[in-house]
Design a protein around this ligand. Structure first.
Ligand SMILES: NC(=O)c1ccc[n+]([C@@H]2O[C@H](COP(=O)([O-])OP(=O)(O)OC[C@H]3O[C@@H](n4cnc5c(N)ncnc54)[C@H](O)[C@@H]3O)[C@@H](O)[C@H]2O)c1
Ligand SMILES: [Zn+2]
Length: 405
C-alpha cells in the first residue's frame, strides 16, 4: 500500500495571504525568521488577517536560517505558554521547518530531538493545534511537504524529520511574497526545486500520482527559473507554483542522494566561516549524481524521459543523460552558481579558491560519506552507494571531475 498526502487546502495566486482570514480558532502563534517578512509588510498583514478572523495573536520571531535544535526547543516553550490552536509559519524553508518541529514538541513535551528524527515514527499531532504554512521562497516547498530539516550544530549535521503528520493542514502559496527575494535566493531556491523534481522522478518510491507533478515542475522550472532570476516577475510568480508542484511530488515520492550529500556537507565546514547553502549544494551535486545513478538502467530511462519532456534532443538514453547534465550545468552558469565545492566561495559565488580547504575536505570525507549514506534520503535513491563510491562521488563534487563509476 502506498500513501499520497497533501495539505487539506492549498490557497494560491496573488493575494492568497488573505486566506488567513478563513482560519477558525482562538489563538494563533505566528513563527517568522530574521526580519524580511516584517520589512516588506507581510507580517503585519498576516497578523491583521488573523485578528480579523477573531484570533488572539502572538509572534515568535527571529528564527535563523538553517534552524537549530535550540531554537526549536525555545519556540516549543513559547507555544506551551501561549497554548495556540493554530501555528502559522511564514517565510522561507527555515522558519516553516522550525515551526513544524516546535509543533511536535508542543503536542508531546516529553519528545526529544532524537525521537523526532525516527523516520515516519511520529505520534498523532493536531491534539492541540493545526498548522498553516505561508512560503516566501520558491524552493523548499515545505508548505506542502512531510519534512522538516533541523541542524544539530554540535555535530555539524542537518537532520531531516519525515512524517505525514507534519504535512501542514493549510498551505498558502502567494507569489507576492516571493517577489521580494534577492537574486541569489531566487537562484538557490530555484535549483533546490529542480533537484526535488528530478530526484522525485527517479526515486524508487515514484508512482503515477507523483510523476506528472515532477515532470510538469521540471518543465516549468526549465522555462521560468533563469527569467525569474533576471527579474521577470511573471516568471517569478510561476516559479512559486512550480516549486510547490515539485514539493507535492517529492513529499510523496521521496528524494535521493543529492539531498543526502547536501544535508551532510551543508554545515560540515561551518568552522571555516560559511555554510554550503542547501540549494547551491544541490545545484552542484545534481549533475554528478545523475551520472552516477544513470548506471542503473531504470534510472537512465527515467532521465531520458525527463530530457525528452524538456525537449533536449538526443537519440538514445546515454545521449539524453549527457544532454540533461549539460543543460543543468548551463543553468548553474546562468545563475552564477559554481560547479564544485573547490570553487564555492564563502559568499556562495564561483571563485578560484573556495572556502573549504582541500586538506580539510579530505580529512572529513570518510565521516561525511558515512553520514550521507545514513541520511534518510538515501534509501529511495535508485542506486545504493557503498562507502567507497560515496567518497568517490563526493570527491567529484569537490574537484568537478567526471563520474565514471
Ligand atoms: N522541509 C523541506 O521539505 C525542505 C526541503 C528543502 C530544504 N529545506 C531546508 O530549508 C532551509 C532553506 O530554506 P530557504 O531556502 O527557503 O531559505 P531560508 O528560509 O533559510 O531563508 C534564507 C534568507 O532569505 C530571507 N528571505 C526569505 N524569504 C524572503 C523574501 N521573500 N524576500 C526577501 N528575503 C527573504 C530570509 O530572511 C533569510 O535571510 C534549509 O534549512 C534547508 O535544509 C527543507
Ligand atoms: Zn531541498
Amino acid at each position: 500500500m502506498a500513501r499520497f498526502t497533501l495539505p487539506r487546502d492549498i490557497y494560491h495566486g496573488k493575494g492568497s495571504l488573505e486566506a488567513l482570514k478563513t482560519l477558525d480558532g482562538k489563538r494563533a502563534i505566528v513563527c517568522v525568521g530574521g526580519g524580511s517578512m516584517k520589512r516588506f509588510g507581510f507580517l503585519d498583514k498576516a497578523v491583521s488577517y488573523l485578528k480579523e478572523a477573531g484570533m488572539e495573536v502572538e509572534l515568535f520571531e527571529g528564527i535563523e536560517s538553517d534552524p537549530s535544535v535550540e531554537t526549536v526547543m525555545k519556540g516549543a516553550a513559547a507555544m506551551q505558554k501561549f497554548q495556540p490552536d493554530w501555528i502559522v509559519a511564514i517565510g522561507g524553508g527555515s522558519p516553516i521547518d522550525a515551526a513544524k518541529a516546535m509543533w511536535i514538541k508542543y503536542e508531546y513535551p516529553e519528545t526529544t530531538f532524537e525521537d523526532m528524527c525516527k523516520v515516519f515514527g511520529l505520534p498523532k499531532l493536531r491534539t492541540k493545534a493545526r498548522f498553516c504554512a505561508v512560503s516566501s521562497t520558491s524552493g523548499t516547498a515545505t508548505e506542502v511537504t512531510a519534512f522538516s530539516i533541523i541542524t544539530d550544530y554540535e555535530k555539524g549535521i542537518k537532520y531531516p524529520i519525515a512524517d505525514f503528520e507534519i504535512t501542514p493542514d493549510v498551505a498558502i502559496v502567494d507569489p507576492e511574497l516571493a517577489e521580494t527575494m534577492p537574486k541569489k535566493l531566487v537562484a538557490h531556491t530555484g535549483m533546490d526545486a529542480m533537484t526535488h523534481a528530478v530526484e522525485a522522478y527517479v526515486s524508487t518510491a515514484n508512482c503515477d500520482y507523483t510523476d506528472p507533478l515532477a515532470l510538469h515542475a521540471i518543465k516549468m522550472i526549465e522555462n521560468d527559473l533563469v527569467d525569474s532570476y533576471n527579474g521577470d516577475m511573471d516568471a517569478r510568480d510561476r516559479m512559486h507554483n512550480a516549486q510547490c508542484l515539485a514539493g507535492m511530488a517529492f513529499s510523496n515520492a521521496l528524494l535521493g542522494i543529492v539531498h543526502s550529500m547536501a544535508h551532510k556537507t551543508g554545515a560540515a565546514f561551518a568552522d571555516y566561516g560559511a555554510h554550503i547553502i542547501h540549494g547551491a549544494a544541490n545545484a552542484m551535486y545534481l549533475p554528478k549524481v545523475i551520472a552516477f545513478n544513470a548506471k542503473d538502467e531504470t534510472a537512465k530511462k527515467r532521465y531520458g524521459v525527463i530530457a525528452d519532456f524538456m525537449g533536449l534532443g538526443g537519440s538514445n538514453d546515454d545521449e539524453k543523460v549527457k544532454l540533461l547534465i549539460e543543460y543543468l550545468r548551463g543553468m548553474n552558469d546562468k545563475l552564477n552558481i559554481p560547479h564544485c565545492i573547490k570553487n564555492y566561495g564563502a559568499d556562495s559565488y564561483p571563485t578560484e579558491n573556495g572556502f573549504v580547504p582541500e586538506e580539510v575536505f579530505l580529512e572529513r570525507l570518510p565521516e561525511i560519506a558515512k553520514n550521507a549514506i545514513g541520511d534518510a534520503c538515501t534509501g529511495s535513491n535508485p542506486r545504493q552507494p557503498s562507502q567507497e563510491e560515496m567518497e568517490k562521488l563526493l570527491k567529484c563534487c569537490y574537484y568537478d571531475t567526471e563520474v565514471d563509476f
